[in-house]
Design a protein around this ligand. Structure first.
Ligand code: NCD
Length: 292
């Protein structure tokens, strides 16, 4: 699972189906009790790393966690030697790294399966699958209009979800609502039909009234230096005339773009995304390891 772009429809379908079974049964077994999973997180993470750990534990797997703060990286070791070392210790590598090209780089040093848990401002394929799973739970026949707000330029979760939705090929209309400096990058826009999206700088009620999914993100301040950008903040008042079945999503972590008062709002699905992350990542591990 290095990128979303090479997944077939069959694979996506089977991952979503298995995730749904794991969720229904809250599955635990010993399927991967003989497997060793390497977790290498070179950027902060709460949900992605811990949901992978939870998914691995549910299959009885063993975890080795690389910690760059207490490793030989501090003595000047380079990534090549680190990856070659991990290659000797684990059966699969799950990696998050600030460098967008990390996956092609480490593939030179290991032939073990790699899961991309976030490569800079590039992709986040496992998040996209759990986001799609969450959308499908509310809209089995697909939503028709989705609004993305926040940092659309740097949000790898938005990039991957858009690629996944395009691959799935439904005719969805997208609104991108963000500061002018955070508009979608060309590599994303080039994959969309010209008439299938609209870019706006403010979120108005007329958009809220027509959309099925509102996907909110924080500003990725660690990826840009300009302090002069503002985020879209949602309010109960702004959302008062939403469709009844609108869902509000967020990959988390949040800053102030979704006030806590939304947490008990039935439209909010961000903690459901958190929960689904475990089951979808179990299905991803199963998909990758059953073949090895
Ligand atoms: C996101 C990420 O790391 O890309 N979080 C996540 O994995 N759920 C979003 C973010 O950091 O803003």
């Amino acid at each position: 699972m290095e990128t979303i772009t090479t997944l077939s429809k069959n694979t996506i379908q089977s991952i979503l189906k298995n995730a749904s079974i794991y969720k229904q049964n809250d599955t635990r077994n010993t399927l991967f009790q003989n497997k060793i999973f390497g977790l290498l997180f070179f950027e902060p993470s709460t949900r992605t790393s811990l949901s992978f750990e939870s998914a691995i534990h549910r299959f009885g797997g063993k975890i080795i966690r690389y910690n760059s703060q207490i490793s030989s990286e501090k003595k000047g070791e380079d990534l090549e030697d680190t990856i070659k070392t991990l290659d000797a210790y684990v059966d699969i590598l799950i990696i998050r790294h600030p460098n967008k090209n990390i996956i092609s780089t480490i593939k030179q040093y290991t032939h073990k399966p790699i899961i991309n848990a976030g490569n800079g401002d590039g992709e986040h394929p496992t998040q996209a699958l759990l986001d799609l799973f969450t959308i499908m739970e509310s809209f089995p026949n697909f939503p028709t209009k989705i609004a993305f707000t926040g940092d659309i330029k740097y949000s790898r979760t938005i990039h991957s979800l858009l690629q996944l939705l395009t691959l799935w090929n439904p005719s969805i209309f997208y609104y991108f609502i963000c500061d002018t400096q955070l508009e979608p990058p060309d590599f994303i826009l080039n994959q969309l039909q010209p008439n299938s999206y609209s870019i706006k700088n403010t979120l108005h009620e007329d958009i809220i009234e027509t959309i099925d999914v509102l996907y909110v993100t924080r500003l990725q301040k660690e990826r840009f230096i300009n302090e002069n950008v503002s985020n879209i903040i949602i309010t109960k008042d702004l959302l008062k005339n939403s469709k009844q079945n609108l869902i509000i999503m967020h990959p988390l972590p949040r800053n102030d773009e979704i006030p806590k008062e939304f947490d008990t709002d039935p439209r909010s699905k961000y903690f459901e995304q958190v929960k689904n992350g475990v089951y979808v990542r179990m299905a991803i591990l199963y998909h990758i390891l059953q073949k090895n």
